[in-house]
Each structure stands twice: as structure tokens, then as C-alpha cells.
Design a protein around this ligand. Structure first.
Ligand SMILES: Cc1ncc(COP(=O)(O)O)c(C=O)c1O
Length: 150
């Protein structure tokens, strides 16, 4: 017997948080506050607080977040950027679009970057690490930051 398992199950996630999503949707549609309004400001403040940074900026897509970050960090020709082999195409796209070259690291059991393999791909050209958090699981950021600060 075979069973189909969806790659991404948005309807399931929607059902899990339906009440919250519907309430916010109702509020936005009723108020007509679609772009750069209070919800975004609240989101940016809450994300900054949660991540522990002074600022956070909400943008239209994950792809643009990656693209803008790559440029803000100055990735460019001659640079190598370490990331994980199992990720969405936009991760690699942002690196390549900046002119840098991706250096791929394999995953571990939680499908996130295997932090033990990161140092193996560091070269004199390494400019950064993009440790993608996938499927709702956070990477081992303590280890990633430890390596990044060396
Ligand atoms: C890990 C990851 N990065 C980036 C993206 C791109 O996000 P967006 O579709 O908002 O551009 C996705 C989308 O699924 C993603 O899974």
C-alpha cells in the first residue's frame, strides 16, 4: 500500500491556526490596511524582539529577503557563501545572483545543515553562511555563530 505525503501541507497548517489567521484576515480586509501599516510594524518589532536584534524589516517574499540580505552583506564576485544542500531554490538563487558561489553542506537528521561539516568547506574566499531553518526546525545557531565568529 502506498500513501502520498505532500511536500508542503499548507492546508494542514491553515487548519491548525485557522482561528488566528481568519481573525487577522478579517481585520486587515475590514480596515483596508494592506501595505506598510500597523500589522507590519508590529511584526517587525516582534521579530526583532524574538531574534534579539535592534531592528527587523518585513519584505514581500522570502526570496527578496534573501536577495536583499545578500546585497546588504556585500556578497559578490570572488566570494563563496556556505549554505545547505537541502533548501529552497531561492537560497542558491540569492547567492548566485549576487555574483558569489554557493558552497554546499549536507543535512543531518532534522533536514537542517550539519553544523559539523561547515568548517570543512571554509576557504579564504568564504564571505558568509546562510543556515536555512527548514520545516519549522531551527538550525543549531549557537554552533553556526561560533564558527562565524572564528
Ligand atoms: C527555505 C525557503 N526560502 C525561501 C523561500 C521563498 O519564499 P517566497 O516564496 O516567499 O519567495 C521558500 C519558499 O517556500 C523557502 O521554503
Amino acid at each position: 500500500m502506498s500513501r502520498k505525503v505532500r511536500f508542503v501541507n499548507y492546508p494542514r497548517q491553515y487548519q491548525m491556526y485557522k482561528k488566528e489567521f481568519d481573525a487577522v484576515w478579517e481585520e486587515i480586509m475590514s480596515g483596508g490596511d494592506f501595505i506598510l501599516r500597523q500589522h507590519l510594524e508590529d511584526f517587525e518589532k516582534r521579530i526583532a524582539e524574538y531574534v534579539g536584534t535592534k531592528y527587523a524589516i518585513g519584505v514581500n517574499t522570502g526570496t527578496d529577503a534573501l536577495y536583499l540580505s545578500a546585497h546588504a552583506l556585500g556578497f559578490g564576485p570572488g566570494d563563496e557563501v556556505i549554505t545547505v544542500a537541502h533548501t529552497f531554490v531561492a537560497t542558491i538563487g540569492a547567492i548566485v545572483q549576487s555574483g558569489a558561489v554557493p558552497a554546499l553542506v549536507d543535512i543531518t537528521d532534522d533536514f537542517n545543515i550539519d553544523v559539523e561539516q561547515i568548517e570543512d568547506v571554509i576557504t579564504s574566499r568564504t564571505k558568509g553562511i546562510i543556515p536555512m531553518h527548514l520545516n519549522g526546525h531551527a538550525c543549531d545557531m549557537d554552533k553556526v555563530m561560533e564558527i562565524a565568529e572564528i
